[in-house]
Design a protein around this ligand. Sequence first.
Ligand code: BGP
Length: 491
Amino acid sequence: MGKFPKGFLWGGATAANQLEGGWNLEGKGISTSDCVTRGSRSSQRLVTYKTRDGKIAAVPIYELNAPDDAEFGCFAGYDYPSHTAADFYHHYKEDIALLGEMGFKIYRMSINWTRIFPTGLEKEPNEAGLEFYDRVFDECAKYGIKPLVTLSHYETPVGLTHAWNSWDDARTIDCYCRYVKTVGERYKGKVEYWLPFNEINSLEGAPFTAAGVRKKSLQGAANIAKHQLLASAKAVQILHEIDPDNKVGGMVFYFTCYPNTCHPNDVLKAKFQMRVPHFYYDVQATGIYPSWKLKEYKQNGIDFSLSDEEQQTLLKGRADFLAFSYYMSVVASADPEVLAKQPGNMFTSVANPYLKASEWGWQIDPVGLRCALNEIWDRYHKPIMVVENGLGAEDVLNEDGTVHDPYHIEYIKSHIKEISKAINEDGIDVWGYTSWGCIDIVSCSTGEIHKRYGFIYVNAEDDGTGDFRRYRKDSFYWYKKVIESNGEDLD
Ligand code: BGP
């Protein structure tokens, strides 16, 4: 296996709403993810809110079209996985010790905005929330683990939704910047790597979870994108001012899209499908809105403009590196007769006959990761981090406390091999790899905990019960060896 650069950042990734639990402890407010119920492989997650006449509504997340006075919250009789999650809130010491035992160099996690500013509107932060992350970062430091902090990973305070429909309104930018400045100053010297938003392009499909916005619309997506992209650029500037050593990245969910045939219309369709992540990267990496996006807004009658000052903000706030999540590839066809949805895939895709899919229907494609790295490098020439990648699968905890998970090892190994080729054969500057769900967490798309990604098993059930004891899976020992050998020993 080709060598990884010295200092390559090996690690894993989680998000606060999927990991921490303790959803209402020590002054924490309610975030968008706290109002989302548990789903399953076959049933969508629901968002709950109270209507003006006091009735409770529970609406599938992707169909949400809530009235302007809907009051989002958590109600009796509904099951919300973020409330207990993997109970990291009470297990963080032992969890970080386990990450340390594996030799993690970096740990990607998010700060839950609502622990720091419970409704998003406060002028002063919640000290107890700040202290919690002090303890987490101090614990990481004990093991020489650098935190990579996502500032907004589906944890927007619902207080902002109630105030002015959250990221639909430009006033949210100031609230977000206050939060960024607060944590940037507080954790100066403890955190050096930052991501302003998780998968910023998810605002198009899931405007409530990603941005606290009540309904999906083209105008809404344009507003949220503009406000989050400006906020992201401001976060870059704020964090650089606080500490010039800070490194701030753009982050999207990425995939590789193949044309179904070599028919030019299929090729064009595949190229255009990649505009979903590329639009956000274009702005975060270059500070410029792509011409096709401006045309698209115009053609759809979207009200959009950028003042000179806003343009300057985007240019001054270009990202230092580009990060992305990668789980699968998709196939595009321009022929509506051919286009059939691959079950379980998050995107409309023709099933790829050359690939196997996970139990949740995500098409597994390590070579697609190398394609992705090449595409991003060729377009932007910025250092890259793969900050999410992995296989969601069912694990079995044996009576002797072992968990045999060769499927996780195989998935991660095959993807690491492609990263190695991208570095050694294609000359791409990859800084690090943080596989997703290094500790079992609740799934973002389904809310199940039994969709497990690897390394550390958490003994909990889908209904939130269990003793939450931690167990080392086989993949734990394997990844430890991978890190120890800096990626040379993958067997
Ligand atoms: C990404 C999200 C994560 C994560 C991951 C895996 O889109 O950033 O939060 O959960 O997908 O998805 P799932 O949890 O649905 O398996």
